[in-house]
Design a protein around this ligand. Structure first.
Ligand SMILES: [Zn+2]
Length: 340
């Protein structure tokens, strides 16, 4: 723990957390522990790089590491200029997590990067062939000892349920995530197929495993305009990720803004966080296809377009601060279920 007695940049807005937590809480990032009061405006579900594991290792001519680090450095600098101070990189092993690359980018950036352990919805056979506790051990290691030899510790657990639902391997991963959460207190953040309401399946498994659902962010909830589904996820205690702004193939920007504004008006701002699920570089979509099919899908969309649209739709500055600053901070400060 460090930072005792420091004046926090957002102290005036920190409300109930201030007295209890001032100078007390830190969160692990790619550059080491950071006082949670320094996280500031935080995008809760992004990626620096996503890639197909094994491809660049076998065809290294596809991999311009220095070029990619330079792109990421530029994109994070643009984000910093727009007032964003932290991103959560939810890249898992099956999305090609490369901790040394993330750490290299973080060293060249003023934006804090929180990194994740966990597995996405395309798990390697390993996660099927080994039991829940063996998988949980891997997640625990990333959180407590650090990832590989990098010394960087994960501060969040990612898991995913897509169109196939809870297959046996996904069941393994969800339960391993739950056990690692309970052992460490770090939050879980998920990928869902919102149209199939898979967030409900995740909550059911986490609850069965004894996880406090307030320690869970049900991601990609912003893809849904089913208010009953979204309210239910939050009423059961979780935060929802309105975290794919710019991915109009799942839901249009206008609809995303409308749903978010409606839920804010109903008092749900304390249980929502914002993001794009974007990246600086990916091999899963060509740059050309990205620009052509997803022109708004980039880091700057929320600060440039979405925040003004939310204000126009009646969302207050206080609610924006809650979703962008106070909720992320509270999620990383809490180590138990006593968050709210
Ligand atoms: Zn993602």
């Amino acid at each position: 723990m460090d930072g005792h007695g420091r004046v926090l940049p957002y102290a005036g807005l920190a409300g109930p957390f201030l007295e209890r937590e001032v100078g007390m809480a830190t969160v692990e990032t790619a550059r080491g522990p950071v006082d949670t009061g320094e996280l500031g405006p935080t995008l809760m579900h992004e990626h620096v790089v996503t890639r197909s594991p094994g491809v660049q290792e076998n065809w290294p001519h596809l991999w311009d590491r220095e070029g990619i680090v330079a792109i990421a450095e530029r994109k994070l600098a643009e984000l910093y200029d727009r007032g964003i101070r932290s991103i959560v990189d939810l890249t898992t092993v099956d999305l090609g997590r490369d901790i040394d690359l993330i750490a290299a980018v973080a060293r060249r950036s003023r934006v804090h990067i929180v990194v994740a352990t966990g597995v996405w919805w395309m798990p390697q056979r390993y996660f099927h062939a080994h039991g829940v506790d063996a998988v949980a051990e891997l997640f625990l290691r990333d959180i407590t000892q650090g990832i590989g030899t990098s010394g960087v510790k994960a501060a969040i657990i990612k898991c995913a349920t897509d169109t196939a639902g809870v297959t046996p391997v996904i069941d393994n991963v969800l339960r391993a995530s739950a056990r690692a959460q309970k052992a460490t207190g770090v939050p879980i953040s998920t990928h869902t197929w919102a149209a199939g309401r898979t967030g409900e399946m995740q909550q059911a498994i986490f609850a069965q495993e004894g996880v406090d659902l307030s320690r869970v962010i049900i991601g990609h909830s912003g893809d849904s305009e089913d208010l009953g589904y979204l309210r239910g996820l939050m009423e059961r205690g979780s935060t929802i990720g309105m975290d794919r702004f710019g991915l109009e193939n799942f839901l249009s920007t206008a609809k995303r803004v409308e749903v978010l504004a409606k839920l804010c008006a109903e008092g749900y701002a304390p249980r929502m966080v914002l993001s794009h699920d974007a990246n600086c570089w990916t091999d899963m979509l060509s740059e050309d296809a990205k620009k052509r099919t997803r022109p708004l899908w980039h880091y700057n969309h929320i600060p440039d377009d979405i925040l003004p649209a939310l204000r126009k739709a009646g969302v207050s500055e206080d609610q924006i601060d809650q979703m962008l600053v106070r909720n992320p901070r509270a999620i990383f400060e809490a180590r138990s279920g006593a968050r709210r």
